[in-house]
Design a protein around this ligand. Structure first.
Ligand SMILES: NC(=O)c1ccc[n+]([C@@H]2O[C@H](COP(=O)([O-])OP(=O)(O)OC[C@H]3O[C@@H](n4cnc5c(N)ncnc54)[C@H](OP(=O)(O)O)[C@@H]3O)[C@@H](O)[C@H]2O)c1
Length: 323
């Protein structure tokens, strides 16, 4: 290693860490096509918020340049600390990191959006985020009971936040096809991104192709689907030991998890794998040195059961419930 450093300089050696390429959003900004998830819905009981700070630093060391968080994850502070640690270590500058965060449902009134983003920025320790999303089209009061704020009003607040330079890009999450159409027909600034669940058991072809046809990039959450434990007895295939994924993994010298992440990349999506484990988060970005064939992509898509990992049944009678 020392010899390599001597001949090629430190940058050339650091450049061998895995990096996700960027694509251009419809507003001209660039987004890395893989993000570290920091939502802790899948966290083990033993995981702490400090683990998020470490995971963010390890992820940046491993080559990640995109971190996904949200006000409701209650970890924006630790995400910001992890980013600050990486900047202090000289691994990246702020400009080289793409940070996504999200507006929670109880801040949907137009005049609440900018203050909510300022609060997120304070917790993150940043002057701006790269992408701000409306987390759900559903609005609630602060006690979680249903509200009925039109997301078109919320969007006006999002446009103001962008105008103020508090976020470079704006988008939505968990919007269905007709909600996307209604927003696109009634906005000044078109959403750059829709973030929703996509994995082998929820392939979402119609919503993905509709968003893409409108120039809206898709970030796919819960990318591993039921490959990983979701504490459900009725979990549909594929599981981690699925033989079809196993054969593809053996062919490419990869793991089943990497095959699924690559499947999402082949479909033009931006997967958001969550891990607080140093080895697994490095594994999850090591997917840019191989490609699946069209047939392999089609084979994985045939696992589709339209079954969600994330359901929000408690809100099914709320206005604008999307699923
Ligand atoms: N917009 C939304 O409404 C929304 C909803 C849900 C999620 N999200 C975002 O999407 C992210 C990911 O979703 P998710 O957390 O539901 O699911 P996920 O990333 O599909 O799965 C995470 C689980 O997989 C494990 N894991 C990670 N890498 C692995 C590997 N290589 N091999 C085996 N197991 C592995 C993790 O454990 P370890 O940590 O122990 O590795 C964790 O238990 C969230 O963190 C959040 O940022 C957004």
């Amino acid at each position: 290693m020392l010899l390599l450093l001597f001949f090629f300089g430190i940058n050339a050696v650091l450049a061998v860490v895995a990096q996700a390429p960027c694509i251009e959003l419809n507003d001209g900004n660039k987004i890395p096509v893989l993000a570290l998830g920091t939502g802790r819905g899948t966290a083990k009981e033993t995981e702490t918020l400090e683990d998020v700070r470490n995971a963010v630093l390890w992820a940046i060391e491993a080559g990640y340049r995109h971190i996904d968080t949200a006000a409701v994850y209650d970890d924006e502070e630790q995400v910001g600390q992890g980013i600050a640690d990486a900047i202090a270590k000289g691994i990246v500058t702020r400009e080289q990191i793409f940070v996504t965060t999200k507006l929670w449902n109880d801040k949907h009134a137009r005049d609440q959006v900018v203050p909510a983003l300022r609060e997120s920025l304070k917790r993150l320790g940043l002057d701006y985020v790269d992408l701000y999303l409306i987390h759900f089209p559903v609005s609630t009061k602060s006690d979680g009971s249903p509200d009925n704020i039109d997301y078109l009003d919320t969007w006006k607040g999002m446009e103001e936040a962008r105008q103020l330079g508090l976020t470079r890009s704006i988008g939505v999450s968990n919007f269905n096809l007709s909600q996307i159409d209604r927003l696109v027909a009634n906005c000044q600034v078109r959403p750059a991104v829709n973030e929703f669940e996509v994995n082998p058991t929820l392939t979402q072809e119609p919503l993905v192709s509709h968003c893409h046809s409108l120039g809206i990039a898709v970030m796919s959450y819960s990318p591993f689907g039921f490959l990983v434990s979701r504490k459900r007895d009725d979990a549909p295939p594929p599981k981690y030991d699925d033989p079809t994924l196993g054969a593809m993994a053996a062919k490419y010298g990869k793991t089943p998890g990497q095959i699924v992440l690559r499947y999402l990349i082949e479909r033009g999506l931006i997967p958001i794998p969550k891990s607080t484990n140093k080895k697994r988060l490095a594994e999850n970005i090591n997917i840019f040195d191989f490609q699946l064939t069209e047939d392999e992509v089609a084979t994985i898509s045939r696992f589709n059961k339209n079954t969600r990992v994330i359901s929000i049944d408690a809100w099914k009678d709320y206005p604008n419930y999307p699923f």
